[in-house]
Design a protein around this ligand. Structure first.
Ligand SMILES: Nc1nc2c(c(=O)[nH]1)N[C@@H](CN(C=O)c1ccc(C(=O)N[C@@H](CCC(=O)O)C(=O)O)cc1)CN2
Ligand code: MG
Length: 288
């Protein structure tokens, strides 16, 4: 069994980016800048945002922190986004989700300039992904693809099943698995809460991606012998942080599996950095 080690892979990506940014800086090219917006005090979001800022610092990306109170108005958040859209020293804008109740996330995301949308959540970037055009892909599914690629997991001609159809994971994950540049070419099924015989479908998957947000939802009977299992879930339970898969029960059946923590999570942050460096190169007209 191969452990798809996201923590180590993310560290390797950061190290590559650090070298790239340093080489550009040595040539007098300005460093990439990421604006990080956190509205409110959700504890998990605070951790993720801090980790993103630390990761930026680690690779030489300037992070600009914007902390807004939980009772911020829609106008206040939108006003900040407009301001950041107009700034030449800001290459990427990250709006940490979820937003506090009462704020319209999609309206905010729709305002982010697509060339600064390093989360890949803007309809233009989602559309570009669907059409196979260059743009920014959402960081979690992009991280899954990169993790598979760097572990030489082949997907072409394989049967992939994605459980979950969210805008930030399930939908873009399915698009990337069926065709993402020269990678992927899997045959993809997307399952959700109303899928009949979900367990049976999962058990036919060569590649199973779980993104449902229910602790230990995927049990051993739902996994084919030799399958590759990617666990996107991060569930806080009384037993600590667990994924959507029952790792202990599955690990001896699979050919490869991601751990939680240390699997997809760190890759999400690494891909945010990749997208930010790319946004900067695009803004400066550098080839990449
Ligand atoms: N604007 C965005 N909001 C959210 C995104 C996103 O990509 N963009 N994704 C998630 C949260 N997320 C990043 O923001 C994220 C979640 C988890 C991790 C991570 O490294 N997890 C660790 C465990 C850490 C812990 O919680 O104890 C791991 O899996 O090893 C990174 C990023 C929703 N919002
Ligand atoms: Mg993980």
């Amino acid at each position: 069994m191969i452990l798809l080690d996201g923590k180590a892979t993310a560290a390797a990506i950061r190290s590559e980016l650090k070298d790239k940014v340093a080489a550009q800086e040595a040539r007098g090219i300005r460093t990439p800048g990421l604006a990080v917006i956190l509205v409110g005090e959700d504890p998990a979001s605070q951790v993720y945002v801090r980790n993103k800022e630390k990761a930026c610092e680690n690779v030489g990306i300037r992070s600009l922190a914007y902390r807004l109170p939980a009772d911020s108005t829609q106008d206040a958040v939108e006003g900040l986004i407009r301001e950041l859209n107009a700034r030449d020293d800001v290459d990427g804008i990250l709006l940490q989700l979820p937003l506090p109740k009462g704020l319209d996330s999609q309206a905010c995301l729709d305002l982010i300039a697509p060339d600064k949308d390093v989360d890949g959540f803007h309809p233009v970037n989602m559309g570009r992904l669907a059409l196979g055009l260059p743009g920014f892909a959402p960081c979690t599914p992009a991280g899954v693809i990169e993790l598979l690629r760097r572990h030489n997991v082949t997907t072409s001609g394989k049967r992939a099943v994605v459980i979950g159809r969210s805008n930030i994971v399930g939908k873009p994950m399915a698009m990337m698995l069926w065709g993402y540049g020269d990678f992927a070419n899997a045959t993809v099924t997307v399952c959700h809460s109303r899928t009949p015989e979900l367990a049976k479908l999962c058990a036919e998957a060569d590649i199973l991606v779980a993104a449902i947000g229910r602790p230990h939802f995927v049990t051993a009977d739902m996994v084919k012998d030799g399958a590759v299992v990617v666990d996107v879930g991060i569930n806080r339970t009384d037993d600590g942080l667990v994924g959507d898969c029952d790792f202990a029960a599955i690990k001896d059946k699979v050919s490869a599996i991601t751990p939680v923590p240390g699997g997809v999570g760190p890759m999400t942050i690494a891909m945010l950095l990749v997208n930010t460096v790319k946004a900067c190169e695009n803004h400066l007209g550098l080839a990449n």
